[in-house]
Design a protein around this ligand. Sequence first.
Ligand code: 3PG
Ligand code: MG
Length: 398
Amino acid sequence: MAWKTLDEMDLAGKVVLVRVDINVPVENGVVTDATRIEKIAPTVKFIMAQGGKPVLLAHFGRPKGKVVPEMSLRPLVPALEAAMGCPVRFAEDCIGGPAKRAVAALAEGEVLLLENTRFHAGEEKNDPQMSASLAALGEVYVNDAFSAAHRAHSSTEGVAHLLPSAAGRLMEAELKALEAALGNPARPVTAVVGGAKVSTKLDLLGNLVAKVDNLVIGGGMANTFLVAQGIDIGKSLAEHDMAETAREILGKAEAAGCRIVLPSDVVVAREFKAGAENEVVAATACPSDAMILDAGPDAVAEIIRVFEASKTLIWNGPLGAFEIAPFDTATNAAAARAAELTEAGGLTSVAGGGDTVAALNKSGAAAKFSYISTAGGAFLEWMEGKELPGVAALDQDD
Ligand code: 3PG
Ligand code: MG
């Protein structure tokens, strides 16, 4: 980790550009989940406590280089003021005259939020001119947007090369938690990977089998692995054309000494709706007119035994069709046990990814996990073993 932390920066009297990810859900102009806003508060408050002036750079949605009024960051100002406990000024452009004037007018004890960086096409192109325009606004750059660090954009990557740079507190916490889970973890390490498709998580599975001791596969992608073993799965969702790839992953796991845990029993139903009539059958005995919607009780018991024998757990993706009860049963039961083991001090548990966090929040387990990442795509890419451009750009050796 060659990046600097806020403690190593001279912030007094400086205009500090802070890249944050406040891409939060908003309904009718009101923020419905302020988690990402609350999580950046320690960084912003620390900068102010040191006498620095925080200027927030952020994107919102995907306006694709054009001004899209519905994707303005302005409606987030009240939520930011509530989280920061100070006035938050707003500039209607993130570069040029409006931004410069707003920076010049910024008083100590105030925060400035600049309009959506993605209103400029240069942002996503990581255009050097865009990066230079951003850098011209401040004296120090802090990246606190781990969840946008998989993007090589001007505000996440380019500008880092132009100013003295550091990781913010949230970025630091995310990187430390992930390092503890996968970089240099206490063993045995277990990963849970769920979700619908093997095809979207191929790199992830490939990287994990080489790094973890146990890999629990759940959700629709477990069905593809059952197919790969010649098991008839009736009407279950699966990617039949991925069976060969799944067999390759199984072979790679065996060679690496990684144990793959697939469900031994499953919950099946004839229709996918809340409260649908369902039954538990062996994974090898799915009726031809039924579909697998969750892992069964024996499978959950096995997963729990694996957790109990583990020191580190990294979780991405639900075990079943968790959006609809009762097919959230396996996810909830396994998550609850992971939460207990974490509370008891025997397990370091880290989870990330939009759906995963939603599932673990729903079960109430998330609050007891060691760390819940704010990131979706970035968490996944990190788990895949990829270098995140936003993190790499903070490296002082470049
Ligand atoms: C997210 O919400 O996952 C991040 O803000 C990144 O957004 P993006 O996928 O539009 O780059
Ligand atoms: Mg995303």
